[in-house]
Design a protein around this ligand. Structure first.
Ligand SMILES: [Zn+2]
Length: 309
C-alpha cells in the first residue's frame, strides 16, 4: 500500500509539475514569498521568540536542505543559519542583504551615540550602496531590512525570478502575483504616509533598534532605545540615562516587543507619564496575515500610542 501511494505521488508530480518548495528564515519573508508563489511557504524561525537568538531544530535543518529555494536576510540577522545555508552551495538561495537593488542602512550600534543623541536619530544612518557592502564581507548593516516597502518590492522581484527559473510553465501566475503585490505595496506606502500626517506618533522610545528602515521611509525617529544590542541587557548607566529621558519626556510612549521578556519596561515606566505599548518588528502570526499587515500594525501602534488623559 505504501509503495502504491509513493508511486502514485511520483506520477502526480510528473503530470502537474510540483510547485517549487520554498522556505524562508523569518515570518515577513514568508509572507512576501506566499504572496508571490500563491502556495504555503516553510518558515524556519517558527516561534514567538526573537529571531536574533532563535535556535534551529532538526526540522529546520531538514527544511533548509530539502527546499528548492531558501530565502533569508543574511548572516547579520541569523548567523545561526550559516552552516546549513553553506551546505546548499548557493543552489536555490536568495540572500536578501546581497540583492543588488536592496537598500541597506548602516548599523548604528555605538553604545554612546544613543545616550548623547536626543535629536534626529536618522542622522547616523547612511545609505550604503550595494557594491560597498559586497566588497566588505563584515560591513555591519542594520539587518531589519524588511520594514521598507522598497525593499519588500526588491525581495518580491527576486522571489518571482527564482520561481520562474524553477517553474517556467507558471511564469504568468508568478508575474501576475508580483504585479498585485507591488500594487499593494504602493497603496500601503501612500496609506501610511497619510496616516502619519494626520496622526503623527508622540515622542517614542523603542525596545531595540529594529525600526530604522520604517522610520526612514515615513520620516519618523525614536527618542531612545532600551537595548542598543538586541541580545544584550542595558547597563545600569544606560538605564539611569533612559529613565531620565523618560521622566523629562512629555506624553511619550515606550514600546516593548513581544519577542523579549522585559521586566525592565516596568522599572523604566514607573513614576513617569510614559505610556507603555507594543511594537512587533516581525509581526509573527498576528491575525490578518500578509506582509502589509506587519507594517500597518506598526503604524497603528505608533499612531495610537497617545495619552488618553
Ligand atoms: Zn532585531
Amino acid at each position: 500500500m505504501k509503495a502504491f501511494i509513493l508511486c502514485f505521488g511520483l506520477i502526480l508530480m510528473h503530470i502537474g509539475q510540483a510547485a517549487p518548495r520554498l522556505v524562508s528564515s523569518i515570518y515577513p519573508l514568508q509572507q512576501i514569498a506566499e504572496a508571490i508563489s500563491g502556495e504555503p511557504v516553510g518558515l524556519i524561525a517558527d516561534s514567538p521568540l526573537s529571531v536574533h537568538t532563535y535556535r534551529l531544530t532538526p526540522k529546520d535543518a531538514r527544511q533548509i536542505a530539502e527546499a528548492d529555494i531558501v530565502i533569508w536576510v543574511g548572516e547579520v540577522l541569523m548567523p545561526q543559519l550559516n552552516k546549513y545555508i553553506a551546505r546548499r552551495q548557493d543552489k536555490g538561495l536568495i540572500t536578501v542583504a546581497k540583492l543588488p537593488k536592496i537598500k541597506l542602512l548602516a548599523a548604528d550600534r555605538q553604545p554612546n551615540q544613543h545616550e548623547q543623541d536626543n535629536h534626529g536619530h536618522n542622522n547616523h544612518l547612511q545609505k550604503e550602496n550595494a557594491e560597498h557592502h559586497h566588497s566588505h564581507e563584515h560591513f555591519s548593516y542594520d539587518p531589519h531590512l524588511w520594514l521598507s516597502t522598497d525593499n519588500a518590492a526588491v525581495i518580491a522581484e527576486a522571489i518571482s525570478e527564482a520561481l520562474i527559473a524553477a517553474d517556467a510553465p507558471n511564469t504568468p501566475r508568478y508575474q501576475a502575483n508580483l504585479a498585485a503585490f507591488k500594487a499593494e505595496l504602493t497603496a500601503l506606502h501612500e496609506d501610511l504616509i497619510s496616516q502619519f500626517e494626520s496622526a503623527p506618533p508622540p515622542p517614542y522610545f523603542v525596545f531595540h533598534d529594529a525600526y530604522a528602515y520604517f522610520e526612514q521611509e515615513f520620516g519618523l525617529s525614536h527618542q531612545g532605545l532600551v537595548r542598543t544590542h538586541a541580545g544584550q541587557s542595558p547597563k545600569a548607566r544606560q538605564i539611569v540615562n533612559l529613565k531620565k529621558q523618560l521622566t523629562a519626556a512629555q506624553q511619550a510612549c515606550l514600546f516593548k516587543e513581544p519577542q523579549f521578556r522585559s521586566p525592565i519596561i516596568n522599572k523604566l515606566s514607573d513614576n513617569t507619564t510614559v505610556k507603555v505599548a507594543t511594537l512587533d518588528p516581525i509581526g509573527y502570526r498576528q491575525p490578518g496575515d500578509g506582509y502589509a499587515m506587519i507594517l500597518r500594525r506598526l503604524a497603528n501602534a505608533l499612531s495610537n500610542c497617545r495619552q488618553t488623559q
